[in-house]
Write a new protein. Structure first.
Length: 283
């Protein structure tokens, strides 16, 4: 099955923008089937506790109230700089005059930033020039003709700035975002680190097996609507057998193997009925 055979009513939102980040575990390739799950239920407040590079937040239609969060403080610091008009100008003027080279990468990697602006500059530079956008122990990974040059880093930052207006941005543990009460009708989209894939290198903060269980318990007791995406494995199916589970497969090209196709296998889990998006409901 490939992405074109999924009968999800996916249309690009009018306010869809490209994420300014490259991100390990980013859902860019899976937007086609995740976004319809998020546009389906009525909600007036949207929360993403594991926003990462924000490919889903930037693709989804904004709600009346919006809250993005990630435990990765350095990424959240870049979001805060991107949201503020004044800080955005300072960040843009620094990064567009950067050089994408192996030598410069080695220098920036060793920086010990003294201000939040320097930290945002370092994180954004390393994200754009490192293998798979990994900022935790970053390895040089920018390629001429394959990766955007620094002069092209400005437009996605400016587009993201517009979408981030009025959005709450935090760097808390996911429980605070899921548990927070509201008078609004809340929809939460969770994209935690995968259960089985080895992601030790990808993120600064480890997500342990007890965190997967903690997330499940938190979602089981929430009165908010939630949608969760995960790697397709028996461990996840067993943890969430009390919820609605939908299977999705899609084809994508890997970043570093020209033209080679891979199959992504994902579970989308909800506490609301999404059968109308059909295909492979398991429980
Ligand atoms: C799979 S990535 C999210 C990718 C994102 N959906 C995208 O498209 O770019 C998972 C994220 O969870 C974050 N994370 C790990 N542990 C967390 C925790 N306890 N609370 C909140 N975020 C956490 C990681 O920093 C990482 O950014």
């Amino acid at each position: 099955m490939n992405s074109s055979s999924i009968l999800s009513p996916y249309k690009r939102s009018a306010d869809h923008v490209q994420s300014p980040f490259r991100y390990p575990g980013g859902k860019y390739y899976a937007l086609k089937f995740i976004i319809p799950f998020l546009h389906l239920p009525f909600h007036t407040e949207y929360r993403e506790p594991f926003v990462g590079g924000g490919s889903v937040f930037f693709a989804k239609t904004k709600s009346l109230h919006n809250w993005i969060n990630d435990l990765e403080t350095e990424v959240i610091n870049v979001y805060k700089h991107t949201q503020s008009k004044r800080l955005l100008e300072l960040l843009v003027s620094r990064v567009v005059s950067e050089t994408a080279s192996r030598e410069r990468h080695s220098i920036v990697k060793l920086w010990l930033p003294k201000s939040l602006l320097e930290r945002a500059h370092r994180t954004f530079y390393l994200n754009r020039t490192s293998y798979s956008g990994i900022i935790n122990k970053p390895a040089w990974g920018w390629e001429v003709g394959m990766s955007a040059p620094p002069i092209n880093w400005e437009a996605p930052l400016r587009n993201a700035h517009k979408k981030l207006q009025g959005v709450t941005i935090t760097d808390f543990d996911f429980e605070e975002i899921i548990n927070a009460k509201s008078k609004e009708k809340v929809l939460i989209y969770c994209d935690p680190p995968y259960m089985l894939a080895d992601q030790k290198r990808a993120y600064t903060k480890p997500f342990k097996s007890e965190d997967h269980v903690r997330l499940m318990k938190c979602l089981k007791r929430t009165s908010h609507l939630f949608c969760l995406s995960y790697d397709n494995c028996v461990e996840v199916k067993s943890l969430y057998k009390w919820a609605n589970i939908y299977e999705r497969n899609w084809n994508y090209n890997t970043a570093n193997t020209s033209g080679q196709r891979k199959i992504g296998k994902e579970l989308v889990i909800t506490n609301y009925d999404a059968k109308e998006l059909r295909q492979g409901q398991l429980f």
